[in-house]
Ligand binder design. Structure first.
Ligand SMILES: NC(=O)c1ccc[n+]([C@@H]2O[C@H](COP(=O)([O-])OP(=O)(O)OC[C@H]3O[C@@H](n4cnc5c(N)ncnc54)[C@H](OP(=O)(O)O)[C@@H]3O)[C@@H](O)[C@H]2O)c1
Length: 350
């Protein structure tokens, strides 16, 4: 049976956007109709050329008005984190296009009521839907643990950890996040603000809702590890004695006890003190209770025996695979609970 095709625009072609663009070009239930780029070297290039695929006939543009005027069902909106994207998200929604976005805002979220109201109003004006996507915030911190709850008899606490070895998996964020700086200075001025958990709150709140509990407060902890020697990575050199590892921990409390804990362990290899994790890149869910459960989400082993960090492509793909359902959803902000079990289309191609 022929599947209905969805006309899609890819907005920005960074790491996340490129994974999405490749998906849209290759997936038979998607018609790629537009690509928005900011990089002048990409303007006018064929979408296929941007991701090493055959030509598509769709040329990348930096013309926002042309994108807004296009006839499309959905925009996968993935610009860099440096730009607050809410106004453009709303203009796209008002133009009648559904938006799936890893660039936030993650909704529903009680900490950003004005933005939430603005997005709802834009959906109403455009008869369109908005869905925030990502690996974390997103899949690893909400749908995955919520699905795993089905295997539990009793739950005491849900613990989700992001573990990344940033030497093995180089990222531009390494310097921005303060690796290589003085440890005491970083402890006093963490690069992730103590308020950052609020961006992840919609994921925490969904787990709490699934468990039927109220979150009373969220506490924040931050630790750093010292580099035991000079450590070189793709974007620079971290000197011995400076920051070579970081652990952020956010704990949601209910009934006076931790109910959901998010950990972020970012390390530059094993030559740091303390070493919290082995450094294998993964998202790990531990559900404490009866029976205690542990689930690791990781890329398949590479020839060097290690598992690559796929968080960025997964952030694009978890948005791509939900596009048809978001297009078919009733107008408004669409959460995982609204979507139910998603059935990705066009994945089997023999
Ligand atoms: N929820 C999650 O789990 C999660 C995980 C990872 C990332 N994210 C979010 O996903 C988004 C994309 O991440 P990424 O890793 O792909 O980022 P990236 O590699 O830095 O790429 C972002 C792209 O945005 C465009 N861009 C650059 N400067 C811009 C500006 N000043 N204004 C608007 N656009 C600009 C560029 O597109 P062109 O090259 O096409 O010109 C750039 O390649 C970010 O907002 C990030 O925070 C979410």
């Amino acid at each position: 049976m022929a599947e209905k095709k969805h006309r899609v625009i890819q907005w920005a072609t960074g790491v996340v956007g490129s994974a999405a663009l490749k998906y849209f070009i290759e997936n038979p239930v998607i018609d790629l109709v537009g690509v928005y780029v900011t990089n002048p070297e990409k303007v006018g290039k064929d979408a296929g050329d941007l991701v090493g695929l055959p030509k598509t006939g769709v040329l990348a543009t930096n013309d926002e008005a042309a994108i807004l005027a296009m006839d499309a069902d959905c925009v996968l909106f993935a610009p860099s984190m440096m730009t607050p994207p809410i106004e453009m998200v709303c203009q796209l929604l008002e133009s009648g296009k559904n938006v799936v976005s890893p660039a936030g805002p993650f909704l529903p979220n009680k900490w950003i009521p004005e933005e939430a109201a603005r997005v709802e109003a834009a959906c109403k004006a455009g008869n369109s839907s908005f869905h925030g996507c990502g690996i974390h915030p997103g899949f690893s911190g909400d749908i995955l643990p919520i699905t795993l709850l089905r295997l539990m008899n009793r739950v005491d606490c849900v613990e989700v950890s992001e573990v990344i070895d940033k030497v093995r998996n180089p990222m531009i964020y390494t310097e921005i996040m303060g690796f290589g700086t003085d440890c005491d200075e970083l402890l006093a001025n963490p690069r992730r603000s103590p308020e950052t958990y609020k961006f992840f709150y919609s994921s925490m709140a969904m787990i709490a809702e699934a468990l039927g509990v109220e979150i009373e407060q969220v506490t924040v902890k931050f630790e750093v590890a010292k580099a035991l020697k000079d450590i070189s990575h793709e974007f620079g050199l971290v000197k011995e004695g400076t920051c070579g590892g970081q652990h952020y921990e956010w704990t949601a409390w209910s009934g006076g006890a931790p109910i959901i804990v998010y950990h972020f362990y970012w390390q530059l290899g094993p030559d740091i003190d303390p070493v919290w994790e082995t450094g294998e890149a993964m998202y790990r869910v531990r559900i404490h209770g009866d029976p205690p459960l542990e689930c690791h989400l990781m890329g398949q082993q590479d020839p060097d025996g290690r598992h690559p960090f796929l968080g960025l492509p997964w952030t694009g793909l978890v948005g791509c695979t939900v596009v048809p359902q978001v297009c078919d959803a009733a107008p408004g902000v669409v959460s995982h609970f609204d979507l139910g079990v998603v059935k990705p289309k066009g994945l089997v191609r023999r």
